[in-house]
Ligand binder design. Structure first.
Ligand code: NAP
Length: 311
């Protein structure tokens, strides 16, 4: 099934198997669009966007994410800077680095890769980033503007999910979307975006978390399921109604001695049993993950252009 023939109405019968929502290919499309705009800016003598990333410590997952972000910058023609610090950097030292990047005219946007060591407050660090350079979209100013429906640098993973639904022409209007997980970086913002009166919103959203009662019963009522809880293969076939759209945000490294890396990346959805039952589903890897990076690049371009906060 191709994008144009994607089921517009969740619940529609699927005769030729589920649509596999290809986040990798969609992210590539977006990168091509961004690279073309960067070329135009360069040709017009305008500044090339520059993304900086701060990485603290040596967490394997964080190293991979940051490396992929830097590679993605090169791919679209952005400038990039990776600043690495050891685990024992103090909170004050890290805040000083953030202040430096805030003032650096070359840097249009920057991220501080989470999680941070326990002795550093992520909240303090996020709040120290100037909202106009907060390309992860985690600063309360950007979150607040998103809630108020004002232009904002939107959090990358939630906006990547909305973008995937939009580019695959999956109808959201009036549909019941159940989001599992209420974190500030995924569950809560995606529930807000999908409930907004926007072209790719207007869902009726139920936001579930670890204290939700009868979770499986609620998920079974969903036209669209967004699983963002970080519990490998939590969503099983019996929890999903036939014809649902399933978006799997989870990425958990599970030990796997048969792999050279020593692990397998698992989503929050048991793909093997859920996929045959649903209308469309994102795989892990290759679903939401690549879209997160594409939206980070898009935010950096918007920051460079002063789209949200005019320069
Ligand atoms: P998080 O901060 O740990 O939040 C997890 C959320 O899930 C919490 O709200 C928690 O509820 C809820 N939860 C946990 N166990 C539950 C259960 N048994 N039933 C119902 N709800 C439950 O995680 P996160 O940062 O949002 O990340 C979630 C997953 O997405 C992780 O696997 C992460 O690696 C992945 N992720 C992927 C991307 C990407 O680009 N693909 C980006 C970000 C995150 P409480 O609030 O009640 O504790």
């Amino acid at each position: 099934m191709n994008k144009a023939s994607a089921p517009a109405v969740p619940g529609a019968s699927v005769t030729d198997g589920p649509l596999i929502i290809d986040g990798k290919a969609t992210a590539e499309e977006i990168k091509v669009e961004i690279a073309a705009e960067v070329d135009q800016r360069r040709a017009a003598g305008l500044k090339v966007p520059h993304l900086a990333a701060i990485l603290v410590g040596h967490d394997g997952g964080s190293e991979t994410y940051v490396r992929n972000k830097v590679l993605a910058c090169e791919r679209v023609g952005f400038g990039s800077t990776l600043l690495r610090y050891e685990d024992d950097i103090t909170e004050a030292e890290l805040l000083a680095k953030v202040a430096e990047l805030n003032e650096d005219p070359e840097v249009d946007g920057f991220i501080v890769q989470l999680p941070l060591p326990r002795h550093i407050s992520s909240d303090k660090v996020i709040q120290a980033i100037r909202p106009e350079k907060d390309v992860d979209g985690f600063h309360p100013m950007n979150m607040g503007r998103m809630v108020a429906g004002l232009p904002a640098l939107l959090p990358a993973t939630p906006s990547g999910i909305v973008e995937l639904l939009a580019r695959y022409r999956i109808e959201t209007d009036g549909r019941h979307c159940v989001v599992i997980g209420r974190s500030n970086i995924v569950g809560t913002p995606v529930s807000i975006l999908l409930a907004k009166n926007l072209e790719h919103g207007n869902c009726t959203v139920t936001l579930c978390h670890s204290r939700t009662r009868n979770l499986a019963d609620i998920v079974r009522t969903a036209d669209i399921v967004v699983a963002a809880l970080g519990r490998p293969e939590f969503v099983t076939a019996d929890m999903v109604r036939p014809g649902a759209i399933v978006i799997d945000v989870g990425t958990t490294r599970v030990a796997d001695a048969s792999k050279k890396s020593g692990y397998t990346l698992k989503g929050d959805v048991c793909f093997a049993e859920v996929a045959p039952k649903c209308a469309a589903i994102t795989p892990v890897p290759g679903g939401v993950g690549p879209m997160t990076i594409a939206m980070l690049l898009q935010n950096t371009l918007r920051a460079a252009k002063g789209d949200v906060y005019p320069r």
